[in-house]
Design a protein around this ligand. Structure first.
Ligand SMILES: Cc1cc2nc3c(=O)[nH]c(=O)nc-3n(C[C@H](O)[C@H](O)[C@H](O)COP(=O)(O)OP(=O)(O)OC[C@H]3O[C@@H](n4cnc5c(N)ncnc54)[C@H](O)[C@@H]3O)c2cc1C
Length: 417
């Protein structure tokens, strides 16, 4: 099929769409306003340091992303796979065991350290109740209300469900959609063995998929044009179809009539560079009681020895601090958890203020095709929360819709000629 398709935006959604089209032999041109592909998951250079715009975590259930990574030739070494561990520097530890679902989860809950036995049993009953209803929930319920209704708001709520919710939905429990949260639980904790594993990037986020994807597209006769902002979709009139794969807050310029009213949640990542002998006991640890939620050992992951990345997802009091104050606070919290930690050599904090849309009950989900334009992006998935997996699924979906529409047009053309 020799038709030409344009994709606007080279984030994970746009590149997934481009790869899906290139795989089918359709020439594709991707326009990206930034200097490199990746969007909200990309490599950045900040005051002389090469970093990611934010530490990312993938889970075993991200099947579409892993399939596309294989397609474009990304080696499996690019990710470190570890069984899901919610392990805190002090106190609580939960780890589903290597048993077929749901036995691994049940055994993990029974063995969890740091929560009263009564609450562990309550958590098992909660999972059983969710499973019985097929992990489905009314559209209008929040995760907070769900946890309250099932007596899950105590220790287990604080150390297990709330961190899982904030990590998966980037939305605090009192605003988060129970339906989206249960979709994630069904696909991870309730899914096949390995679905709840954590996969931590061992290469930067642009190398993890978008750049190899751009190379794949180029090998198949397509093109990714960086530093090419599209100001008006009328510039695209030479293309047979256009996929708009920009972030939700960037839609207004291109599609001013598509009225989607979102609120947004931030994610802050604070990198602290210590002496290169500093290591965590585990590549990813939880911290409780302060602002830092997770800390990652970038030395163990990417060979950036002595570098720790602190992650603070979703809205909170930390947004009142300057980035310098936040870096100091992160160091203070790490020093309280890691005995003998000296002052960092340098720090860089990155605030992504619109990291994702708020994944709340009733958040608008646009159609795949709107006024003849195909839409892709993490915010468009009908069920999944705004994540890398939602982004690539949306790209694949938009590409399939384009192929279907081009075939339909070709059939109509043949019929009239
Ligand atoms: C700090 C941070 C941490 C995160 N952590 C995780 C995590 O741990 N796990 C997870 O799964 N997800 C995480 N996410 C979410 C994930 O990064 C996003 O869901 C995903 O990257 C969204 O991809 P996208 O392609 O839909 O949109 P984007 O990445 O926003 O891509 C849109 C692209 O369009 C380009 N563009 C915009 N307007 C134009 C225009 N007019 N012309 C040309 N180009 C244009 C932009 O420059 C951008 O490259 C995190 C996000 C952030 C910010």
């Amino acid at each position: 099929m020799g038709r030409r398709v344009a994709v606007v935006g080279a984030g994970y959604a746009g590149m997934a769409a481009a790869v899906s089209l290139a795989e089918r032999g359709i020439p594709v041109t991707v326009f990206e306003s930034g200097p490199l592909p990746g969007g909200r998951a990309r490599r950045v250079t900040l005051q002389g340091q090469t970093l990611d715009n934010g530490q990312h975590i993938l889970v075993g259930a991200y099947e579409e992303l892993f399939r596309l990574m294989r397609t474009v030739g990304v080696s499996s070494d690019a990710l470190l796979r570890i069984p899901l561990e919610v392990r805190y520097a002090k106190g609580f530890a939960f780890r589903p065991l290597w048993l077929p679902a749901p036995l691994g989860l049940l055994a993990g809950l029974l063995a969890a350290k740091g929560i009263p036995f009564r609450e562990r049993l309550g958590a098992l009953r909660f999972m059983r109740a969710l499973r019985r209803r097929g992990f489905d929930m009314p559209e209008d319920m929040t995760v907070g209300a769900l946890l309250e209704a099932h007596g899950q708001a105590g220790f287990v709520g604080r150390y297990l469900w709330a961190p899982l919710c904030v990590s998966a939905l980037n939305t605090p429990v009192h605003r988060a959609s129970a339906k989206a949260f249960l979709t994630v639980l069904r696909e991870t904790l309730g899914g096949p063995a390995g679905a709840s594993d954590l996969l931590l990037p061992r290469v930067d986020l642009s190398r993890l998929f978008p750049e190899p994807a751009a190379e794949f597209v180029a090998r198949r006769g397509g093109e990714v044009r960086v530093r090419s902002a599209i100001g008006d979709l009328r510039e695209m009139k030479d293309f047979d179809a256009v996929i708009v794969a920009v972030g939700p807050h960037q839609l207004k310029t291109l599609l001013p009539d598509l009225a989607l009213d979102y609120s947004y949640q931030p994610i802050y990542t604070c990198y602290l560079q210590y002496a290169d002998t500093v290591r965590l006991p585990f590549p990813m640890l939880g911290l409780a009681g302060g602002v830092v939620q997770w800390v990652f050992d970038r030395g163990a992951l990417l060979g950036e020895r002595g570098r720790l990345a602190c992650v603070i997802s979703a809205q909170g009091g930390h947004q009142e601090m300057t980035l310098e104050e936040l870096a100091e606070r992160c160091h203070g919290e790490l020093a309280a958890a890691i005995p003998g930690l000296a002052t960092p050599l340098w720090s860089r904090a990155i605030a992504e203020k619109r990291a994702t849309v708020t994944c709340s009950p009733g958040a608008p989900r646009p159609p795949v095709v709107w006024n003849g334009v195909f839409l892709a992006g993490d915010y468009t998935d009908p069920l999944y929360p705004p994540t890398l997996e939602a982004a690539v699924r949306s790209g694949v979906r938009a590409a399939s819709a384009v192929v279907e529409s081009l075939r339909h047009e070709a059939r109509n053309f043949e019929a009239v000629s």
